[in-house]
Design a protein around this ligand. Structure first.
Ligand code: ADP
Length: 772
């Protein structure tokens, strides 16, 4: 990002940008502060933090503090907010805001980036609206002179949403919500194990007063039996409905019961539904040994997950850009995320829409409350309902529209594969289709005479797969082309009428082979969808593969541990080798999430000048380090970044050049990167995309084989592209979007993020003309 030419408000002085965290704390807020501070400095501005939220603004003085580059070192891996947050009563009143305006002018700050919830953002916009009046009043009262306020005619406000509830409209995710969801899922997974052992029922209360995002997503990720959310209360006879569903699950052989209740859960008459009401029902009506667990503040704490670190970093950088591009006429923006795209939305409208949800709930207009949440929310709600209940007569298709759907895993295991399969199975059963597992990939199918290679999956088989890592039906890298003849014969023999593939680049290749082989084999003229699942995130047709988020979380955990291990000895740099094949995605995003000093990717390669610059940079960084950055430094190198400069060689070069002033260590996390339990993001997206994939397949029911083969959408990849989730025809993706040699997409969206990674780590760039 080139520095933007904006004149500073004070002649001869740099522009000053303030940043604060306000309202409830959320994991990731520190990442936002770090990004704002460093990006401001990189843009030739001065960065200030306001301590303790609006309280610091009202009090002024030392509560408004300039921050240097080094002051935010290590912020990414710290939980909570290091600059403090508070609820400030005096800012709610005009005199408080008058004091705040005076302090800002005195400090020379005319732009404020606020990371907080809807309350904090409302306050910020009010402050901006009143600003000219506040400044005039300060002059009138003689507290400031006309000359002093002259350069501060306008106040720039940019909002960043930091909230664990994910309650702001117009954004899919708020900073902190996925970390909080991670904590909830971890707890539910633990509880799940004990519930299973004792055949118990647990009622778990999670945060969310007007917003059921955490409760719903926890339900989707853990396969909970019932979920209560404020936006969509259950039917009037919910007691009967819940008991019926849970009894059914128990009758089918389920040993445990999990019910998730959002803090703000209500019935359709706005009466509160409490965990103890649910417990009494389960105990008295169903005779279950039931316990209540209230997760409480555990949900707020801890370090941020990889996604929140990335989100807060990218949004912090975008906020600075928004400040620099703002004019007095621009409405205050809030930085949002739609699927995979960072966008700016009018702050006031986002806040207004958020308040409307609460109003709609208050007016019992629940359809409206649901419609005011983003489209993603409604889809998750639908996916949850379909995948949780085994008996849904309303969804069942007529007999002649039911099909046999083959489900196959291809390639290495990735987090979320089982969740996707569970969703597909549940969807099939709800609709009356027959889900058939093809065990151990294409080689499994080709060895069809093995007993059990192809098996129908029951609801109970798949029921516990929501949170399981690995591949329950077995996965294999083998391709159909090894034996097309037998593969085709098996498709016909087992009457596979549609195929749902979950896997990475091999799965993608498999669909391509099957599609091309349709010419010779009629049994391949069936609808096929691939759901990309690989830690490498290198499948063309999507910007996100399930499993990649789990991998990033493992990787940052590994990096955090390495870095911390150096805190006693100091002056240590770790060269960590990541997976990813020929795609530098994992290395780059992990680099962004931990603040790596440098990231080496296959796309860019490694050359001697680059190493030279990076070693110089290391030397300078260690020389500057006066003890504030007690932990080690990290360089990430993708496994295929260079044939010559291996991880060990780079470490040796650094050792040689360091001349004893610092040391280098190598770390190879290897298969650790595949993670254990899949991350909630991988689980929920797997579920949502699994259901969507089956819905896509259903469009071809009743069509002839030739009609299917003639339709490019009959072999498709489901994925996220920018702000959309969509199906792309295989024919187009394989011919136009795929770099077959390097097994990755031709255009990798994250390449645009490289400059932000480098800017925020202060990495020196190649002089113009030298290339990377
Ligand atoms: P959150 O930002 O998490 O929604 P709050 O609603 O508690 O949290 O708001 C945090 C702080 O923002 C409040 O303590 C107050 O200082 C300020 N604030 C909230 N709403 C307003 C408002 N309408 N006008 C002025 N300031 C507000």
């Amino acid at each position: 990002m080139a520095p933007t030419e904006i004149p500073p408000p004070l002649p001869g002085k740099k522009r000053r940008i303030g940043v604060m965290t306000s309202g409830g704390d959320a994991p990731g807020m520190n990442g936002a502060v770090r990004a704002v501070v460093r990006m401001s400095i990189a843009q030739n501005c001065e960065a200030y933090v306001i301590l303790e939220g609006y309280e610091g603004l009202v009090q002024g003085g030392d509560m408004i503090k300039e921050m240097g580059w080094e002051d935010v070192r290590g912020f990414l891996s710290e939980g909570g907010t290091l600059i403090g947050t508070a609820r400030c009563k005096s800012f709610m009143e005009r005199p408080g805001r008058l004091a705040a305006a005076k302090n800002m002018v005195l400090k020379g700050i005319d732009a404020l980036i606020i990371c907080g919830g809807d309350g904090s953002l409302t306050g910020a916009d009010k402050f901006r609206g009143e600003w000219p009046g506040l400044v005039a009043e300060l002059v009138e009262k003689g507290e400031l002179t006309a000359e002093q306020v002259e350069p501060f005619k306008h106040l720039n406000i940019v909002g960043l949403v930091g909230s664990i509830d994910n309650d702001l409209s117009m954004t899919d995710a708020t900073i902190g919500c996925y970390s909080s969801l991670g904590r909830i899922c971890e707890s539910v997974d633990y509880i799940d194990a004990t519930a299973f052992s004792h055949q118990r029922a647990f009622v778990i209360e999670v945060m969310g007063r007007h917003c059921g995002w955490l409760a719903l997503m926890a339900g989707v990720s853990t396969g909970a039996d019932f979920v209560f959310i404020p936006e969509n209360p259950p039917s009037d006879d919910w007691e009967k409905e819940m008991c019926h569903i849970i009894k059914q699950h128990r009758d089918m052989g389920k040993r445990k019961t999990i019910v998730i209740v959002a803090e703000g859960a209500i019935d359709r008459n706005l009466n509160k539904i409490t965990p103890s009401m649910v417990k009494d029902l389960l105990t008295n009506q169903l005779g279950l040994d039931t316990r209540i667990t209230t997760l409480g503040h555990v949900q707020r704490g801890g370090t941020a997950c990889a996604y929140d670190r990335m989100l807060s970093t990218l949004q912090g950088a975008e906020a600075v850009k928004a400040v620099l591009e703002a004019t007095p006429e621009t409405p205050s923006p809030v930085i949002c995320m739609i699927e995979n795209k960072i966008v700016r939305r009018p702050l006031l409208e986002a806040v207004k829409q958020t308040h409307e949800v609460a109003e709609a709930i208050g007016a019992k207009d629940f359809d409206r409350a649901m419609s005011l949440r983003d489209a993603e929310f409604a889809e998750y709600y639908q996916a949850y309902n379909i995948t949780t209940s085994s008996d849904q007569p309303k969804l069942r298709l007529p007999e002649n529209q039911r099909i046999r759907v083959g489900i196959i895993h291809v390639g290495a295991p990735a987090g979320g594969m089982n969740a996707a399969t569970r969703a597909a199975v549940a969807y099939c059963l709800a609709r009356g289709h027959t889900p058939v597992a093809i065990h151990n990939g294409f080689p499994g199918l080709q060895r069809h005479h093995d007993e059990g290679a192809i098996k129908e999956i029951s609801w109970l088989d798949a029921e516990s797969w929501a949170s399981k890592g690995g591949s329950e039906i077995g996965t294999n890298r083998g391709l159909p082309s090894t034996d097309l003849e037998t593969t085709a014969m098996c498709f016909a023999k087992y009457n596979i009428q549609a195929l749902f593939l979950v896997g990475g680049f091999e799965a993608f290749t498999a669909v391509s082979e099957l599609r091309k082989a349709r010419e010779h084999y009629n049994s391949f003229k069936i609808p096929m969808v691939i759901l990309p699942a690989t830690v490498s995130n290198n499948v063309p047709g999507t910007e996100y593969s399930i499993g990649s988020d789990t991998c990033l979380n493992s990787l940052i955990q590994y990096c955090d541990a390495c870095r911390q291990s150096a805190s006693a000895s100091r002056r240590r740099v770790f060269i960590i080798e990541t997976q990813g094949g020929a795609s530098g995605y994992i290395a780059s995003i992990a680099g962004l999430s931990i603040g790596a000093l440098a990231v080496y990717t296959p796309e860019e390669g490694i050359n001697i000048k680059m190493l030279d610059r990076d070693i110089d940079h290391l030397r300078e960084t260690f020389a500057r380090d006066k003890g504030q950055g007690r932990a080690g430094k990290i360089i990430l190198r993708n496994e295929k970044a260079s044939k010559t400069y291996t991880t060990e060689i780079i470490a040796n070069m650094i050792r040689e050049e360091a001349k004893g002033r610092f040391e280098a260590r190598v770390g190879v996390p290897g298969h650790f990167q595949q993670g254990t339990t899949p991350s909630p993001m991988d689980r929920v997206r797997a579920t949502r995309f699994g259901v969507k994939s089956l819905q896509h397949i259903e469009q071809f029911i009743g069509k002839s084989k030739d009609e299917i083969a003639a339709d490019p959408m009959s072999a498709a990849v489901i994925g996220i592209k920018g702000a959309k989730v969509l199906f792309s025809p295989m024919e187009q993706v394989e011919s136009k979007e795929t770099d077959w040699k390097d097994r990755r997409p031709k255009d990798e969206f994250w390449m645009d993020l490289k400059s932000i990674i480098n800017t925020l780590s202060g990495r020196p760039q190649a002089p113009k003309g030298e290339g990377a």
